[in-house]
Design a binder for this molecule. Structure first.
Ligand SMILES: [Zn+2]
Length: 554
């Protein structure tokens, strides 16, 4: 079995709704004994943090939350702390902060402006926080998000937000209040409201001068503003600034750049951007797919491309790029034939008949990823004994594991092992047996078991059996450059039907934008990224590349 050779341990991970003992609707599943060791776990649904979500939504106003003076924790007991807190809360600036927060929460601009004006008249010291809340409200009004659906009033509110917003931003500079990232982002939103991407871009440049590293969202107003106006050259300038500042564009930024390049008929830029999307986004959303589709459908592209090319150079390009693309520019001439299609199990395009390639992961990359994963897990799971897990368990355990030993390795959260749900005697017996044989690792209380199985699977180059799409917070920490590729090649999904349990192996081809040696393109969409729906692909090929038999079908 090829699989066993490639993957010494087959990790087996599953969602809790799939029963192991079919009689009991708990989380276990009895599997036919595999020739390889298995690793299993149950997936605890990742805790949802409403507070942190809220905080993300309100980032623009909460960026400076820590400016609140620390509570006096050392002297005295609860009473003194309480008293000091009360004293602090009664300061006019604290009261103002509280009231402005209320206005921000309820989108009350007029009220906030009144409070602001009063505070200025009375000489209340205004901090960065106060200004940021004001700017947030003004920019929200300016962008129309505080509107109530009454067009006349809404227009007035917009106008008021923009006018006062710029004024407050200027006042902040006059008062020598140091701005932060949120200040600039809100000011850039004001610029967007005025349809002034030039100003938004200036603000990002100013941020740099203030020593504030711009973030991806800082660029949005300038980049999308220029793209909306069809000003491709200025949009590229913003893009360059982002690259210089080490900010990576994501799908929405790259798609906007793709669209503006397309409209400006800049074929080389479109080509370059498609490759950037290939390298960073891999699979596109519906809106990006639409842009790509429009490009290949446009009359202009028929005239774009080399009539003849050096086949060897193309092959060299493919090898150099690691497979799946050559990067030598548009090939061929004439109209493109663009279709929405699917791949068969082997990766053969159902539209043009071309077979997609499987792009290998460089073992060095896996090694680097494993190291960074260890570091990250140690940071995040420091208290929960991750290091102990690593030393005492994984290293020894995996050394022991050989193809002849067939016990699964089951990683379970401790409360699953010793907690209430598993009081069922049959489950208990099974768990005891596994624990005794060393096949079960209960992760410590208070830990996030995701770290454990992921660590084990990456370090041993295992397949990981899970229906968890691994898109949660924790997986986002891992970044988008390596993890999605690793996941694609190592995730085995399970489906349960009346016919039994089926394992769905990783596809033998890479689900990434592919450019073939004859110049065709295949663009996977995120639509159908599950077991039930087949994934949608865009197939773009010059008509003459399609074999006669297949083209007759269309
Ligand atoms: Zn095709």
């Amino acid at each position: 079995m090829v699989l066993v050779k490639r993957f010494p341990v087959l990790s087996f991970i599953m969602k809790s709704e799939i029963p192991l003992l079919l009689k009991h609707r708990k989380r276990f599943l009895s599997l036919p004994c595999s020739p390889s060791s298995f690793m299993m776990r149950t997936v605890n649904s990742y805790p949802f943090y409403p507070h942190s979500m809220k905080r993300i939504n309100r980032l623009t106003t909460s960026a400076n939350l820590n400016s609140l003076p620390p509570l006096h924790q050392t002297s005295g007991g609860k009473v003194s702390r309480k008293a000091k807190k009360k004293e602090h809360m009664e300061l006019p600036e604290s009261l103002l902060k509280f009231k402005l927060d209320m206005c921000s929460r309820h989108g009350k601009l007029v009220e906030a402006l009144q409070l602001y004006d009063e505070a200025r008249e009375n000489g209340v010291p205004l901090s960065q926080y106060h200004y940021n809340v004001m700017l947030y409200l003004c920019s929200s009004a300016g962008s129309g998000s505080l509107g109530q659906g009454d067009s006349e009033n809404d227009d007035n509110l917009k106008e008021l937000g923009m006018r006062r917003g710029f004024e407050i931003f200027q006042q902040m500079a006059i008062d020598n209040v140091v701005p932060n990232e949120a200040t600039f982002t809100n000011a850039a939103r004001l610029a967007t409201a005025r349809e002034d991407p030039e100003m938004a871009f200036d603000l990002v440049k100013k941020m740099k001068n203030f020593g504030i590293p711009p973030r991806l969202r800082s660029y949005g107003p300038a980049l999308f503003g220029f793209c909306k106006k069809g000003n491709a050259d200025k949009a590229y300038e913003v893009d360059e600034h982002m690259v210089d500042c080490g900010v990576s564009a994501e799908e929405s930024e790259l798609s906007a750049l793709l669209k503006v390049s397309m409209d400006a008929k800049k074929a080389d830029k479109v080509y370059e951007l498609l490759h950037r999307i290939r390298a960073t986004v891999r699979q596109v959303s519906e809106s990006s797919a639409q842009i790509v589709e429009d490009w290949f459908k446009s009359d202009f592209v028929a005239s774009v491309g080399l009539e003849s090319w050096d086949v060897n150079k193309i092959k060299e390009g493919v090898v150099k790029g690691g497979g799946g693309w050559h990067g030598q520019g548009w090939l061929g001439s004439g109209n493109w034939r663009i279709r929405r299609t699917q791949m068969d199990k082997k990766g053969v395009c159902q539209s043009c008949g071309e077979k997609l390639v499987c792009i290998d992961i460089d073992p060095k990359e896996t090694k680097n990823f494993a190291s960074s994963l260890t570091k990250l897990a140690r940071e995040k799971e420091a208290k929960a004994g991750f290091a102990k897990f690593q030393v005492n368990f994984i290293m020894n355990k995996l050394r022991e594991m050989s193809p002849s030993k067939r016990y699964p390795l089951l990683i379970l959260h401790k409360r699953r092992v010793h907690g209430k749900p598993d009081k069922d005697p049959k489950n208990q017996k099974l768990l005891e047996m596994w624990e005794k044989s060393g096949a079960l690792y209960p992760t410590p209380l208070g830990s996030d078991d995701d770290w454990y199985w992921l660590y084990a699977a990456v370090h041993c180059n295992c397949l990981l059996v899970t229906n968890d799409e691994m898109r949660d917070h924790l997986f986002q920490l891992l970044g988008s450059s390596f993890f999605p590729r690793w996941k694609e090649k190592h995730q085995v999904r399970i489906s349960v039907s009346k016919h039994g349990i089926q394992l769905h192996m990783p596809p033998p081809y890479s689900i990434v934008i592919q450019e073939s040696e004859n110049g065709s393109w295949h663009v996977p969409t995120v639509t159908g990224d599950d077991l039930e729906t087949p994934r949608q692909w865009l197939c773009a090929t010059r008509s003459k590349n399609v074999s006669n038999s297949l083209s007759d079908l269309f």
